[in-house]
Design a protein around this ligand. Structure first.
Ligand code: PEP
Length: 236
């Protein structure tokens, strides 16, 4: 299965940040990537980033969507709108949205279905907190999140992102990643792309991306600089 390296810019980036996409284009033009490449910028940059990436192998995505197609939902954005702006994927259920906006597993499933209804691919995030891991509950937590948030239509990507590894520089052991990814594989299909996310950097990407059932990475901080992101893409 071809790996997917997906960047999540979170709430970072102004138009000037599109220079990083220009730089990534140059790097990818010089050396063909062995992976699919996706960048999910904030809503405000989707349209510009999609234009900047047009004609290249870089795909554009979004970080969230509403469950409805349209209506009285001030401040929200629908999957259909994101598609029109140029998104091909939508991250749903990121732990920061679960924490900051109280998103439940059931809501995450509805968002994933909304993305699919708009013919976009949801990237469904799951992962345990530090406390849950320390109590030995990581597998049970991830299992429950998957049961509650995977739609029937299997056109989705799953990202395993331990909450305690996001933006902290901490990474689970390779065995721990292997164990959770094996569990996720059992609950999905042989063709589902399973990403690992949490402090992936150029220095640790090769060993993580070589783990069985790891079919790519969801990258936060290291996706903001083209050279770092390219280093991860090259690690494939
Ligand atoms: C993320 O936000 O999905 C993420 C994995 O962040 P970071 O790579 O910075 O840990």
């Amino acid at each position: 299965m071809r790996h997917l390296i997906a960047g999540n810019w979170k709430m970072n980036g102004l138009k000037s940040s599109l220079g990083e996409v220009t730089r990534l284009k140059e790097l990818l033009a010089a050396n063909t990537a062995n992976a699919d490449v996706l960048i999910c910028p904030p809503f405000t940059l989707i349209s510009d980033l999609a234009k900047e990436a047009n004609g290249t192998t870089i795909m554009c995505g979004a970080q969230d969507c509403h469950t409805a197609v349209s209506g009285a939902h001030t401040g929200d954005v629908s999957a259909e709108m994101l598609k029109e702006a140029g998104a091909m994927f939508i991250i749903v259920g990121h732990s920061e949205r679960r924490a900051d906006h109280g998103e439940t597993t059931a809501l995450v499933k509805q968002k994933a279905e909304a993305a699919q209804d708009a013919a976009l691919t949801p990237i469904i995030c799951v992962g345990e907190t530090r406390e849950e891991r320390e109590l030995g509950n990581a597998a049970a937590v991830v299992s429950a999140q998957l049961s509650g948030s995977l739609p029937e239509d299997t056109n989705y990507v799953v990202a395993y992102e331990p909450v305690w590894a996001i933006g902290t520089g901490l990474v689970p052991s390779l065995d721990d990643i292997r164990e959770i990814h094996a569990l996720v594989r059992e609950k999905t299909t042989p063709d589902t792309r399973l990403l690992y996310g949490g402090s992936v950097k150029p220095a640790n990407a090769a060993e993580i991306l070589a783990i069985e059932n790891v079919n790519g990475a969801l990258v936060g901080g290291a996706s903001l600089k083209a050279d770092d992101f390219y280093g991860i893409i090259q690690a494939v």
